[in-house]
Design a protein around this ligand. Structure first.
Ligand SMILES: NC(=O)c1ccc[n+]([C@@H]2O[C@H](COP(=O)([O-])OP(=O)(O)OC[C@H]3O[C@@H](n4cnc5c(N)ncnc54)[C@H](OP(=O)(O)O)[C@@H]3O)[C@@H](O)[C@H]2O)c1
Length: 512
């Protein structure tokens, strides 16, 4: 495995939740597998008045609390955090960035880094622009071709709030950093199972010939969560399911499912193909939004004798809020491969279980020979790609039930990731952080792709915000969303797949 160049990882918002739960534990996992650069340092940045010693103590606690894979060895942990430092910087104070520059020069000389820095913006989106601007005013984005030193910027979703703000953010970033320096993280792309869609499609000869409008009837992409807003009411109420899940994670998955085969497995070639998918999305006109998109909000319900408050009763959610906790959309990709094949995408909170999956529904046989004994002509052939939990694949088809007659039963040939090897599966952040250090942006979202996705969802967001006639349908917490979401499907005579029927998650893993 190639070792990344020596570098300093500068984490803005190092005192926050994302650093504590994801970034630092992922770095620790990389460290103990020997994947970090020979010379490596973390510089935590924030308004907090932390000393470097206090910062190291806090990061050590995070590793102990949030590293799941193996028990943490004390000596290893101490060796890992010994090159961690902290500096107090206010994102909006340009003077503070002079201090930051000087601190980076000191650390660079001390650890013999050679000028390679990654700036990770693990801060609220409102601070992205001042940070980027201030980095630029100190020349901290400048690369040096004679020493081959590089600078990279990782930004967290949301990449904007709507098309207009996304374009504004992009313009501000491009003033300082060039596109190849920008790494927009969408942690779904870092998930092993999403990457496996690429391998499944392009390493096998048997599925790709079927992967088109001639054989596929429709595609479903579902991201269900059984939890509610869990104390993040303020953030969620300003976002909603379409912005929080669909515009980024689920559309990125759709890109991987629908793309053409790239000419090589290189970041430009792969991302050229996904962006073509987004650029081929059939625009939804403002006056047709109700035909292509449905939104819902969970209402009070009793689950296992416990009263579950409705969304509007959650803390920090506005009274009478019309923010959707469930969104379902019907999407068409107008190209030769997918012409006429609907992609149904849904995401929601307080659904019966936690599951993310892609379901490919193949067309039925042109004539069903066994109708005398069976009614199961439709829905026999499905491929389920389970992204989480219980990661795996299941191919469903009809077989004869033993005995008299010809009764056809749907059976499943399935594969579970856990059965592949006794190998630890890297977390998405681990994979993506290492890719950035290696300069590989294949699994990061490119600017043109983000823009195309915003262009597609923007009319829906605008109509939902401005048109009081477009209803927010209620659904009792613990059910599969509003009934109205089914109406999207009527013209095709099919329904959503219900991975677990209407059972409320019992900690039981939903079968493939
Ligand atoms: N948490 C997650 O699991 C998660 C998942 C996906 C995406 N994200 C994204 O990742 C980013 C960070 O998330 P987070 O949950 O870690 O955020 P957070 O805990 O709310 O904030 C991170 C840090 O940013 C600094 N900060 C907060 N408000 C600020 C302000 N108004 N001005 C300047 N600095 C401020 C604080 O550090 P100081 O007080 O020291 O300055 C805080 O510790 C966000 O963009 C979020 O959308 C987070």
């Amino acid at each position: 495995m190639e070792k990344p160049d020596n570098c300093i990882l500068v984490i803005f918002g190092a005192s926050g939740d994302l650093s504590k739960r994801k970034l630092i534990p992922s770095l620790f996992d990389l460290y103990r597998q020997g994947f970090l650069p020979e010379k490596f340092s973390v510089l935590g940045v924030g308004r907090s008045k932390l000393t470097s010693t206090k910062f190291r103590d806090r990061m050590a606690e995070s590793v102990e609390q949030f590293t799941e894979s193996e028990p943490v060895k004390k000596e290893q942990l101490q060796a890992f955090i010994k090159s961690f430092h902290f500096i107090s910087v206010d994102p909006s104070n340009s003077e503070d960035f002079i201090k930051l520059k000087s601190k980076l020069e000191t650390l660079d000389a001390r650890y013999k880094i050679g000028g390679n820095y990654i700036y990770y913006l693990a801060v609220p989106p409102s601070t992205y622009q001042p940070i980027i601007q201030n980095l630029g005013s100190q020349g901290l984005q400048k690369e040096n071709s004679s020493t081959a030193s590089w600078k990279r910027l990782i930004i967290e979703k949301p990449f904007g709030y709507d098309l207009e703000s996304a374009l504004k953010l992009m313009k501000a970033m491009k003033k300082v950093f060039s596109e190849p320096q920008i790494y927009r993280i969408d942690h779904y792309l870092g998930k092993e199972t999403v990457q496996n869609i690429l391998v499944f499609r392009f390493a096998n000869g048997i599925f790709e010939p079927l992967w088109n409008r001639n054989y596929i009837h429709h595609v479903e992409i579902t991201a269900a969560e059984s939890i509610g807003v869990e104390g993040r009411g303020e953030y969620y109420d300003g976002a909603g399911a379409l912005r929080d899940m669909v515009q980024n994670h689920l559309m990125q998955i759709m890109g991987v499912v629908a793309m053409e085969s790239p000419s090589s497995f290189d970041s430009t070639a792969v991302r050229n193909e996904t962006v073509k998918v987004f650029q081929s999305l059939r625009e939804i006109p403002h006056d047709k939004v109700s035909k292509f998109a449905v939104r819902g909000q969970y209402t009070t319900s009793v689950i296992k004798k416990e009263i579950i408050p409705g969304y509007r009763e959650e803390k920090n959610v506005a009274e009478g809020s019309r923010t959707e906790t469930f969104a379902a959309i019907k999407v068409f990709i107008d190209n030769w491969r997918w012409g006429g094949v609907p992609f149904y995408i849904r995401a929601g909170k307080r659904l019966p279980t936690r599951v993310t999956e892609v379901a490919i529904h193949f067309k039925p046989t042109p004539h069903f020979l066994f109708a005398q004994d069976s009614k199961e002509a439709d829905g026999l052939n499905q491929l389920i790609i389970r992204i989480q939990p219980n990661e795996g694949l299941a191919l469903k088809f009809g077989l004869k039930v033993p005995g008299q007659g010809f009764k056809v039963q749907n059976v499943s040939m399935d594969f579970h990731y856990s059965g592949l090897a006794n190998t630890r599966v890297a977390s998405a952040y681990e994979r993506l952080l290492l890719d950035c250090m290696l300069g590989d942006s294949t699994l990061y979202a490119r600017g043109d792709a983000v823009e195309a996705c915003w262009k597609f969802v923007d009319p829906i967001l605008q109509e939902w915000q401005n048109n009081p006639d477009l209803k927010v349908y209620g659904y009792p917490a613990g059910t599969w969303g509003p009934r109205e979401a089914n109406e999207l499907f009527l013209e095709h005579g099919v329904e959503w797949r219900y991975p677990c029927k209407n059972l409320v998650d019992d900690g039981v893993v939903c079968e493939l």
